[in-house]
Design a protein around this ligand. Structure first.
Ligand code: UDX
Length: 446
């Protein structure tokens, strides 16, 4: 099948490449000429395992092409994906300007029937807005072609986006139009082989499904962070509690890891957007507000522990920091808990020597050169003259450090672990002090 994808960000590029890889003829359109030129030259703008190879091989075989020519994109195919950004507005609601701009472009260049498929995460009711904009655009040109707007949300995890897209656990198709449903079933047939993963529903339910999925996962995390705070104060161990409840299949082991709060491009944005949607229709989203409030507070927990250890006197201290990305296997620092910690440490007068396996360039881009930030060559190099160590991202490389070396090199022999990577008894064995999330702190030996 021929397919057009508007937007070559995370979602569009991964979807386009994966569709091309199973044999579809994919044309990706982006307004950013520099990005399109880079993609044509085989340069992938994001760090995502497996994406490089998928894009370059399918570009080489001609099934994946890139252009800035929107008219060409609209004429290329009957099936058009919208995968452009929906950044949060100042009030937290999703900004639809890019989605609606593509809708206008489609109306302008349509020369026959089209199925417009929305992949971007957009508020409930957006498909209807897109439909209205296209109808208006067609009417303005005096044209009349049949078209449908379908909601087909993505469920990709950063760092596993290619695998998630190739092996989806569900494919949501939001449409009441049998022709659209049939076309999407055909498009997704290569991904729907072992058992039927396609769930067809009305367009508004499909739009809400995406928010409900992310809000549910965010709720699990905030719930567990709340329990962690309780555990700490009650003399309990949240890791034991986690295993204890996770063994109930109705609860499950996934997404109940306590930590420094959820970050990234999806959960913070989507929970806020769903809150806004609720408020707009006069409904008070009590639970979603609490999920968001717990997360906002949780992002400060590690700094509070460090600050308490130093009696609020962080001026002149040097903190080694392991991890910058919002989670492992990505260079993404959007809404990363590391940023809250960095900025709080700086505001308190501390210096930070940080290391992350892939997000160093991103940190450089965000913060530029500053005297209170050193981007170190490896985890060991962050320890040079450091008073303590803070950990915010659970990269594999941080899981089994040389504790003897840490005890020798950290002036105050303290580890503040926002991801519960170590066994407290093991760390204590080296004379180190260890503060983690939802567990009893271990004092350093005298
Ligand atoms: C998420 C959803 O998982 C995905 O389905 C959706 O399409 C987009 O949003 P992503 O943002 O890439 O994906 O990351 P994810 O792995 O879900 O982690 C989100 C955040 O939650 C991270 O900051 C992570 O550290 C945190 N998290 C996750 C926890 O704090 N505890 C957990 O138990 C799980």
């Amino acid at each position: 099948m021929k397919v057009t994808v508007f937007g070559t960000g995370y979602v569009g590029l991964v979807q386009g490449a994966v569709l091309a890889d199973v044999g579809h003829q994919v044309l990706c359109v982006d307004v950013d000429a520099a990005k399109v030129a880079a993609l044509q030259a085989g340069q992938i703008p994001i760090h995502e395992p497996g994406l490089d190879k998928l894009v370059t091989s399918n570009h080489a075989n001609g099934r994946l092409r890139f252009t800035t020519d929107a008219a060409l994109g609209v004429s290329h195919s009957e099936v058009i994906f919208l995968a452009v950004g929906t950044p949060p507005d100042e009030d937290g609601s999703a900004d639809l300007q890019y989605v609606l701009a593509v809708a206008r472009t489609i109306a302008q260049h349509m020369d026959g029937p089209r199925i417009v498929i929305n992949k971007s995460t957009v508020p409930v009711g957006t498909a209807d807005k897109v439909r209205a904009v296209i109808a208006e655009g067609l009417a303005a040109r005096g044209a009349s072609y049949g078209f449908d707007v379908v909601s087909n949300p993505e469920f990709l995890k950063e760092g596993a986006a290619v695998a998630d897209c190739q092996r989806p656990d569900r494919i949501i198709i939001g449409t009441s139009n049998p022709t659209s449903e049939a076309r999407l079933r055909e498009l997704y047939a290569p991904f729907n082989r072992n058992h039927d993963k396609i769930v067809v529903m009305d367009v508004r339910s499909a739009e809400l499904t995406k928010y409900a999925a992310n809000a549910m996962l965010a709720t699990k995390i905030s719930f567990m962070n709340e329990i962690a705070n309780l555990a700490e104060r009650l003399g309990a161990n949240v890791e034991a509690v986690r295993r204890g409840i996770g063994s109930d299949p109705r609860i499950g082991y996934h997404f109940i890891y306590p930590g420094v709060g959820y970050g990234g491009s999806c959960f913070p944005k989507d929970v806020k957007a769903l809150v806004r949607t609720a408020e707009e229709i006069g409904f008070d989203p009590l639970l979603l507000n609490a999920v968001e409030a717990r997360n906002a507070a949780q992002r400060h927990v590690l700094f509070e522990r460090i600050s308490a250890f130093y009696g609020g006197q962080l001026q002149g201290k040097t903190v080694a920091l392991w991890g910058l990305a919002f989670k492992p296997n990505t260079d993404d620092m959007r809404e990363a808990p590391s940023r809250t910690l960095l900025e709080s440490l700086w505001a308190a007068g501390a210096r930070v020597q940080a290391y992350d396996p892939v997000a160093m360039q991103e940190a450089q881009r965000i913060y530029g050169a500053r005297s209170d930030l050193v981007l170190a060559a490896d985890p060991e190099a962050t320890l040079q003259g450091a008073d303590c160590l803070a950990i915010v991202t659970e990269w594999q490389i941080f899981r089994a450090p040389d504790f003897g070396q840490l005890a020798q090199r950290l002036r105050d022999r303290m580890i503040f672990d926002g991801r519960n990577l170590y066994d407290p008894a093991l760390v204590a064995g080296y004379g180190l002090g260890y503060v983690s999330i939802g567990r009893q702190p271990v004092p350093r030996s005298e």
